[in-house]
Each structure stands twice: as structure tokens, then as C-alpha cells.
Design a protein around this ligand. Sequence first.
Ligand code: MG
Length: 244
Amino acid sequence: MRRVALLALLPATVMAEQQWPQHSRERPAPAVVTPGAAVSTPAPSDAIVLFDGKDLSKWRTRKDKSPAGWKVEKGYFEVVKGTGDIETAQGFGDCQLHIEWSAPAPAVGQDQDRGNSGVFFQGIYELQVLDSYQSATYPDGQAGALYGQYPPLVNPARPPGEWQSYDVVYRRPRFGPEGKLVSPARITAFWNGVLIHDAQELMGPTTNKVRTPYSAHADNLPLSLQDHSHPVRFRNVWIRELRE
Ligand code: MG
């Protein structure tokens, strides 16, 4: 009953967005936009550099906290299939993140099985990484999607093998006494310099084929990257902690 009452307070556009079934292939695909010249923003002085091209010392294997098993070479690191997700040793809450990635070239596979990885804020909320250059999938699962919830506003994908950037402002969810949700997680994001989420509120944690409600968690948790069995590359990763 309470959920119905809350929905009644939402603007019509938000309601319309939330009424798409998860992973709907009927949902309109974001318009393709050709991004401008590649951007590689160097870390500002107050950033924590999570990867400077040399080593994964700021990262560890998510599952057992052992040293990260992904490959480092030529100034980037690459998913090694089967080694599992990696996460930062440090926990983060509200933050600004810059991360660059590239999908395998030549492209292999299609749909979700093509250059799939992901950036998980607090290890829970995924900004999808996928090869979405001239490659279709369900819109809430394409690159730049808040996976299973919101497609990016547009699709400024670069071809596989080219470096792409995400610049994200992440606001963690707030929980009150007894773990009650006070305010949802919120994401503003740019992909290759193009706005793809404008203070978008997340419905809850990222889950596949089901939408799960929030459950209370710590204020600071590791940022994680997904091993989806594809050799996706990352470089120039830095983060700025934001004040509440
Ligand atoms: Mg993914």
C-alpha cells in the first residue's frame, strides 16, 4: 500500500520510466551520438589515483581479498577471465570518479556477450561497461546503463579498441534508523564527455532479471570492477571523495 502511495507522488515521466519491465527489448534504444575527440583527463591534485598505469596495488580480488589477478601492461590493466571481480582496498561513499575503458578489438560475440564488464559503486550499483558500438542489446543493459534500471540518455559509444571515458558523480543512498531508506543513490554521468545520467535516482541495488529493494549498508564500501569473462581494458582511474 505504501509503495502505491509513493508512486502517486512521482512525476508522470518518472513513473513512465519505471513502468518499463526490466531488460525490456521494447524500450526505445538511446539515440546514437558521435562523441568529440577522445578525452583523457589527468588526475587533479586532490584525487586518489586508483591506477596510474603501473600496478594494481590499490586493488584486490573481491571474493577472497587476495592480490588482484588482472593483467597490467602498457599503461592499462585488463580483465583476466575467471580471476573474479576486483575492488579497491579503500571504501568510498560520495565520490567523483574518472575511469577509461576499451572493449576488445576485434569485437567478439554479441548482445551482452560482447565486451561486458562494469563499474560497481560501493560494490552494489552498476554502471554498465559493454561494447555498444553498432551492437544492440536491451537498452537498460547497454553500455552506460544503470544496469537493469535506466538506459543512458544517449549512446556516444566509440568503436571497440578505442579508449572511452566515464566521469561520474555518485551520491550514496542514505539510511535512517532501523535501516530505513532516507534517500536513494544518485548518479550523474558523462560518457566520452556526453551527459548520460542527470542526477538519476537508482531504484535499488543492481540485480539481473529481478529488481531488488534497497537494504541498508555501510557508508563507505569498495568500488569494484566486473570480471564478465571478457578482456576489457581500463586505464587512468582516479577518484575524489565528496563531502556530504
Ligand atoms: Mg556488466
